[in-house]
Design a binder for this molecule. Sequence first.
Ligand code: NG1
Ligand code: ZN
Length: 525
Amino acid sequence: SINDIKVLKLAEVHAKPSKSMMSYGTAGFRGKANELDHIFFRMGLLAVLRSKCKKAVIGVMVTASHNPEEDNGVKLIDPHGEMLQQEWEVYATKLANVGNDEIIKELNNIVKLENISLEEQATIFTARDTRPSSIALSQAVKDGIAALGGTSKDFGLMTTPQLHYVTCMFNCGETDASEESYYTHFADAFKSLVKEKSDSSIVTVDCANGVGAPKLQKLYEHIGGSIDLVVHNNAEVGNGKLNENCGADYVKIQQQAPVGLNMEPYHRYCSFDGDADRLVYYTLDSDCNFILLDGDKIASLFAHHIQELLADAKLEAKLGVVQTAYANGSSTNFLKDKLKVEVACVKTGVKHLHHKAQDFDIGIYFEANGHGTVTVKESWRKLLASKTTQTNEDEANAAKRLQTFLSVINEAVGDAMSDMLAVEAILHAKDWGVREWSALYTELPNRQMKVKVADRTVIETTDAETRTVKPSGLQDGIDSLVAQYVNGRSFVRPSGTEDVVRVYAESDTQENANSLADKVSSLVY
Ligand code: NG1
Ligand code: ZN
């Protein structure tokens, strides 16, 4: 049974402020770092139960991604690198909010509901981003793990996708799953796709002053001569602050270059976010207009390339792209009408996208903000493998190229570093620059805004968050505004990671998109 005394003693050390109420959102718990200590301790406890329940290693990542440096966050990673299972999010929220006196009751409740055998061993992999608060908060997680008799292995500084990767690999039987094995795997895959540098292969990478900077340097050391990378916004050498005026979220939302970057037309630039699981590219056109190549463009590039390889290999596959309501309307049209690929739209949150992607033989999913990856059905992977030994040499070679391409992608989760390698490999294969890539389709001008409200939970949505059902009248108001704009589209939803309501609008011109977003925002107040 649970060692009450040990748990309660440590729970006192990581006491919950009485007012605190939090819920496990789209990316775990997020908030001001100095209000989270008890949450991290309790997530350590929960990770032990999850590990015993799944009889596998569970990951715990300490990061608040693209949010300000003063924030922090924690999320659990399931055995195959997926996001925590939904039922357990409910346990997480419950456990985070009970008083110290009810922790044991809550833990026992989970043990009973999930039929967990407490005799099982529990191992938890932990890692953290570069936030100053992350060290103490990952100690709180480790205290929680120790309190329930679990074993923790701390990987220290890592990107979020690296922790997903090592967790997944270890559970697949790779006993020496390590940061080093991550670099070897992705660098080797990339080197077999890109054997020599092309002229245009200089990429400047804004690492948001986060953990991506030192990790990308390491990956680069493993790749050697097939690409030129310039690391920008590396807090280890400059004095920039994490995510401040830089990083993928800043570039995507502001639609402008990160701080300190002098851009030249049609050169290649990209940004990671603070924990390096998001990637967006950008450039300038010849008139020095800013051109963003976001998650939608990356997904379109992936789909285009995979489709070509499938055709060359004479392989049939159910290929699909999964998006959210934030996907630009032009990208959806391009995928459906030009590529004739099946497109699905799901609720915001990586778990929803990942889950839906698994309906396809090859599922490409991306959030417009640059988080995404490709999933492949195990049965289809076997079919692909058998095709590589086929007698028709051209077809076999195309199958091999597809196989190698898929192995440069971190299937467990969206990964800025691996997605960047995948983009670079495609551009290299097609002999394309950002100009050709961005010409796949022209984005509809769009605008995203945040609205602070007293209680964001009064807004309830339906149809993959594209429509509101509450408060009553709101959707009618949005509908009548949208009807006044050419190619108008707009929706609102409560954020799962910040105390705001998000407003999205697109229309035929930037002015119209801005104006629609403003008007819809004022409906929400
Ligand atoms: P919320 O705060 O629920 O909108 C944001 C992103 C999600 C996802 C999570 C996790 C947008 C509009 N939303 O969620 O896509 O990335 O953060 O980090 O970009
Ligand atoms: Zn992130």
